[in-house]
Design a protein around this ligand. Sequence first.
Ligand code: CA
Length: 220
Amino acid sequence: MRILLVEDDAMIGTSVQRGLRQGGHAVDWVRDGVAADLALHDTPYDLLVLDLGLPKRDGIQVLTDLRASGSALPVLVLTARDAVSDRIRGLDAGADDYLVKPFDLDELAARVRALARRQRGGAEPQMQLGALVLDPAAHAVMLDAQPVKLSAREFALLEALFEADGKPLSRARLEERVYGWGEEVESNAIEVHIHALRRKLGAGWIRNLRGVGYTLSEPT
Ligand code: CA
């Protein structure tokens, strides 16, 4: 997923960004509420991880404006310990879930997966297409009940194709999903990952619709 992280604490921000990236997500990190507004305006995100106590613009204001604009983007709010009123304000302003600092990175990863699952509209933790199964929680892919070893980028790409549910994704959209800001992206990076996925899964799973993008479908 492409995730926007809004957190002004350098230590928390660094560890959350690292943890989510290890989970195969593309994570953009901004440190104040104004930068958050700009990023949300410019980039299509799949999830927002939002600290409430922020410089320049309060997290509650960011969230309130986001919901007022009609966005249904899943939002996980980070609040300070004991700040019960913060949690209530966050949920009232339209947050989907919250975590109280300090929190465990594994718990954050689990909450992120749960929100993504809810967003897909299903309780099914695994995604399946024929003999191909992707398990976001276990970060595992199985083909014909055999594990397939993928890099973090390949996994993120395959997850994006699964979530698109047969709709083609352009190379630009896939780049947005797999890479965050400031990450070096070679011009043929997506093609390279697709090539690797086809080599590991078999060529028939990912189709390239010329000029449109890539889709995931069962080999015929
Ligand atoms: Ca803060």
